[in-house]
Design a protein around this ligand. Structure first.
Ligand SMILES: Nc1ncnc2c1ncn2[C@@H]1O[C@H](COP(=O)(O)OP(=O)(O)O)[C@@H](O)[C@H]1O
Ligand SMILES: [Mg+2]
Ligand SMILES: [Zn+2]
Length: 252
């Protein structure tokens, strides 16, 4: 959000102008009225999710328990967006099986915040690490400043598919540094993962059940204990109820 309120429009983005005795609203030259559209353009949201919203997130009609559970999920997301930035915890962490709507909801939350004028970026976890690594120069120890910097500094970071990557010390260190930095500065992080965690009600790593390979792992195994514990410290955990894979359902 801009720190100082524009004296021209008082922060509304619109000014009343008179022309030929008729007054009407015009966009203020501070550009605040265009801000949400610009913010959304720059956020890097993948095309598949560009229109994701809470309104086009459907609740199952054939399964009352799943319907209720998902309705509660929607309530939590709504409350987070409404209270933002004065939320209980600065971030959200969606945990659940592939195809349960985690990315859809994470993007929906981000888009609502962009519409309110906050700045944010969507990063696919794997892609972010690849970009940071591509710019990593082992000789100088310097990293691709741009991707790394923006992951640290952007007002709201959406990190999609956290942990979908094999573990190396480098990955663990990089993720830990991003999450720790954001946690220490109370910078919002919205993350999704299909990895399991005992604190999210997952008793043991599950094998099979059509899940992706990564879902057999615990979150801590993929991103390390430190990053995992900071993540839980700074994010409200939203456990996606078990429903049929929406991607499979759609193709039927
Ligand atoms: N309840 C839902 N209502 C409408 N669309 C959904 C719902 N759940 C998932 N989708 C859509 O199905 C696809 C897969 O969902 P996604 O959010 O990518 O799942 P996940 O991130 O949990 O793997 C996306 O295109 C998403 O928009
Ligand atoms: Mg996803
Ligand atoms: Zn203005």
């Amino acid at each position: 959000m801009p720190d100082s309120v524009c004296p021209q429009c008082g922060g509304s983005g619109w000014v009343v102008v008179e022309r030929g005795g008729i007054s009407g609203a015009e966009r203020c030259e501070c550009g605040l009225a265009e801000r949400p559209a610009r913010l959304e353009e720059r956020a890097g949201i993948p095309p598949l999710y560009r229109n994701a919203s809470l309104d086009n997130f459907l609740l199952p009609t054939d399964d009352p328990a799943a319907n209720r559970a998902l309705a509660n999920v929607l309530l939590s997301v709504r409350r987070y967006v409404r209270e933002f930035p004065a939320t209980d915890k600065p971030g959200l962490l969606f945990i659940g099986d592939p195809g349960t709507g985690k990315t859809h909801l994470a993007v929906a939350a981000l888009r609502m915040l962009l519409a309110r004028g906050f700045e944010g970026l969507f990063f696919d976890y794997q892609n972010l690490l690849d970009r940071i690594r591509a710019g990593y120069d082992p000789a100088s120890g310097a990293t691709d400043r741009e991707a790394y910097r923006s992951a640290l500094e952007t007002e709201i970071l959406l990190l999609d598919d956290l942990g979908a990557h094999r573990v190396t010390d480098w990955v663990e260190d990089t993720v830990t540094s991003i999450i720790t930095y954001r946690c220490n500065h109370r910078k919002p992080l919205i993350a999704t993962t299909n990895l399991r965690d005992p604190d999210a009600g997952d008793p043991a790593p599950m094998v099979g059940l059509g899940g992706e390979l990564s879902s057999r792992y615990y979150l801590s195994e993929r991103i390390g204990m430190r990053a995992r514990s900071r993540l839980f410290e700074m994010c409200k955990v939203i456990r996606m109820p078990v429903t049929e894979d929406y991607r499979l359902r759609k193709t039927r």
